[in-house]
Design a protein around this ligand. Structure first.
Ligand code: FMN
Length: 366
């Protein structure tokens, strides 16, 4: 039984640049590993459309920008014509229900394995330091090859082409995946980046690649269609910085120069992707520094999401696991209704239905 509705700042409208959003409950980018052969699949039409509401904002799963970008089986991609075509009916379904849909553009960098790389080559990174952790299901990571200075511009160009492809597929914009220990994060964090060229050393140098990607993508599709996700405080995939606050602030301020639509930051309490822990830090300084729309993510529930909006700590709140398990999450928040529990066991299985499109809607529970 739904409880009496209460005041819900999360359910108030918000104008994000040219997009008129009807509420502030955003679908987080969630890799689901159900894109066989890295081709978007028809079952994603139902998955994304289930999670669409009129004027809702959705961010698609991490989507590889090139054939060196992937780190997991059955991950999404958008560098071939076939992938672009396969995304189209998925994007159309979200638009048919009035959603605003951005594609998250991703390069895994060293969080990969030679089996996912063309010709079995080593994954590329800012460094040649290998990861010492294991991946999902004990997957091991191949020691990376350090990119040469000349090669770095080519990777930024891959992001540019992927952004163009995303617009061709019908997406309303793109989010650059600069979080969670993947390639862009591997450049930004001093715990990984050990370069001695113009992309290593000082904070400014370490952020150069991220900002080159921002610039390339914004020039291609327009800054009003570009967001970026950052997790300065996380140490996921052994990607840690000695001064995350300075890193977050430098990026927030630098992004202003490009006038991009939004900055999406992961809360300091999320050192990893899935575990909440106490943190003395906050995103408030970055929120204040960045002049566009500010999105926050990581461990949010209904009440603290409402508080974040009410206290003006964020414009939009991004929900991962709760949205994964509750396709009608905004409605449930509106009614203060009980939530389905998520099942970790089915997060990354390749089944086209189980743990994907079979979470019940509110009315199905009664
Ligand atoms: C199954 C799963 C897949 C994820 N895939 C991505 C991804 O593709 N890109 C990304 O930036 N974060 C990814 N994340 C992190 C989420 O976007 C989110 O930041 C995280 O789950 C914490 O938010 P939550 O507490 O609301 O779930 C993933 C998380 C989960 C559980």
């Amino acid at each position: 039984m739904a409880q009496a509705p209460t005041i819900n700042p999360l359910l108030t409208p918000y104008k994000m640049g040219n997009f008129n959003l009807c509420h502030r409950v955003v679908l987080a980018p969630l890799a689901r590993m159900r894109f066989y052969g890295n081709i978007p699949q028809p079952h994603a039409i139902l998955y994304y459309s289930q999670r669409t509401s009129k004027g809702g904002f959705l961010i698609a799963e991490a989507t590889g920008v090139s054939d060196t970008a992937l780190g997991y089986p059955n991950a999404s991609g958008i560098w071939t014509k076939e992938q672009v075509e396969a995304w189209k009916p998925i994007v159309d379904a979200v638009h048919a229900k009035g959603g605003v849909f951005f594609c998250q553009l991703w390069h895994a960098g060293r969080v990969s394995n030679q089996d996912f790389q063309p010709n079995g080559q080593a994954p590329i990174s800012s460094t040649d330091k290998p990861l010492t952790v294991e991946g999902l299901d004990g997957a091991h990571f191949t020691p990376p090859r350090r990119l040469t200075t000349d090669e770095i511009a080519q990777i930024a160009n891959d992001f540019r082409i992927a952004a163009k492809n995303a617009i061709e597929a019908g997406f309303d914009g793109i989010e650059i995946h600069g979080a969670h220990g993947y390639l862009i994060d591997q450049f930004m964090k001093d715990g990984v980046n050990d370069r001695i060229d113009q992309c290593g050393g000082s904070l400014e140098n370490r952020c150069r690649f991220a900002l080159e990607v921002v610039e390339a993508v914004a020039n291609e599709i327009g800054a009003d269609k570009v967001g970026i996700r950052l997790s300065p405080f996380a140490d996921y995939m052994e990607s840690e910085d000695s001064n995350p606050k300075a890193l977050g602030l430098y990026m927030a301020e630098s992004l202003n120069k490009y006038g991009i639509l939004y900055c999406h930051m992961v809360e300091p309490r999320m050192k990893t992707v899935g575990e909440k822990s106490e943190s003395p830090h906050s995103l408030l300084p970055m929120r204040k520094a960045f002049r566009g729309t500010f999105l926050v993510a990581g461990g949010y529930e209904r009440e603290d999401g409402n508080n974040a909006i009410a206290e003006n700590h964020a414009d939009l709140v991004v929900y991962g696991r709760l949205f994964l398990a509750n396709p009608d999450l905004p409605k449930r928040f509106k009614l203060n209704a009980p939530l389905n529990k998520y099942n970790r066991e089915t997060f990354y299985i390749s089944d086209p239905v189980v743990g994907y499109t079979d979470y019940p809607f509110l009315e199905d529970n009664s």
